[in-house]
Design a binder for this molecule. Structure first.
Ligand code: UTP
Length: 277
């Protein structure tokens, strides 16, 4: 039902400098696979087959990753090394990729609006690939698609975080409809402990309805001078409905060095080692 997934991948990734000086942070490998490929695989697992990427200057490696590499593939065709390309070939067979560029990095809300041309007038998924989500059962995005079928409104994924970390996130409050599901009534971007309406933090998975584009167009720059998706979602929540869903599964903040190292250890021990034995 939801076929398109938007990947805002234009950010500077300053927390990972100098690694991200000339390399996109979304291409940082967790063991042997770039972050953005984990995201695309999650979208495919949720039934989406059209990947829309909002890139920027210095991000060409992402575009190249989701294309064939003729010379390399020709070199290793028929050799024992060909298996190393299996996962990316599988991805390319199952999805199409379209790209547009965000010329000025004016924030996540602005990046989403830049993607409008690729999405059009239909509900869509959003993955921030520096949040790596892993679980045994249904992917986080699949769990959210299931909810969308029921509620037909925008949905944000949330996670409980320690109070002293709320300043890193958009934070919601809302009426609990059932275990782990809230109807949002307030949302604050990167609040102080005192300002935070709860410790329920938004992480990088969304299902958005396309009216969000007009709302973002009317949203002035907020925290940090950036056009904040959180501000637009609050308006959508006030005028209609936004749900927040405490997902099942693990999430690693791979935009930070600590989260990235934790993800690498986890994937190596629990996924990679089993895949080579
Ligand atoms: P972040 O703030 O986590 O990413 O934005 P960043 O700016 O790249 O990282 P730091 O803080 O400098 O280390 C969340 C997501 O939104 C995208 C980023 O690429 C990331 O996936 N983004 C952010 C854009 O695409 N465009 C923007 O203008 C801002």
């Amino acid at each position: 039902m939801i076929k398109k997934c938007l990947f805002p991948v234009a950010g500077y990734g300053t927390r990972f400098l100098p690694a991200t000086k000339s390399m996109p942070k979304e291409m940082l490998p967790v063991v042997n696979k770039p972050l953005v490929q984990y995201g695309v695989e999650e979208a495919i697992a949720a039934g989406m087959d059209q990947m829309a990427m909002v890139t920027g200057r210095g991000k060409r490696a992402i575009t190249d990753h989701f294309d064939i590499s003729y010379e390399l593939e020709h070199q290793i065709a028929g050799t024992s090394k060909e298996i190393y390309l299996d996962s990316i070939r599988g991805v390319l067979d199952q999805a199409s990729f379209t790209m547009t560029r965000q010329r000025e990095m004016k924030g996540l809300g602005h990046a989403i609006l830049t993607g409008e041309t690729l999405i059009g007038n239909e509900p869509f998924g959003v993955i921030l690939s520096d949040d790596l989500c892993l679980n045994d059962g249904e992917s986080v995005l699949q769990q959210m698609v299931n909810l969308y079928k029921q509620f037909r409104c925008s949905i944000v994924a949330i996670q409980e975080v320690p109070k002293e970390e709320v300043y890193k996130y958009g934070v919601i409050s809302g009426e609990a409809l059932k275990d782990g599901l809230y109807r949002v009534d307030d949302m604050v971007e990167k609040p102080s402990v005192e300002e935070a309406p709860s410790n329920l933090a938004i992480i990088g998975r969304y299902i958005l309805t396309p009216d969000i584009f007009d709302i973002i167009r009317d949203t002035a720059p907020g925290k940090g001078g950036e056009v904040q998706l959180t501000d637009a979602l609050l308006k959508q929540a006030k005028n209609g409905c936004v749900m927040a869903y405490k997902f099942e599964g693990k999430r690693f903040d791979c935009g930070s060095v600590d989260g990235f190292v934790e993800a690498t250890n986890y994937v190596y021990e629990n996924i990679y080692k089993h895949s080579i034995n």
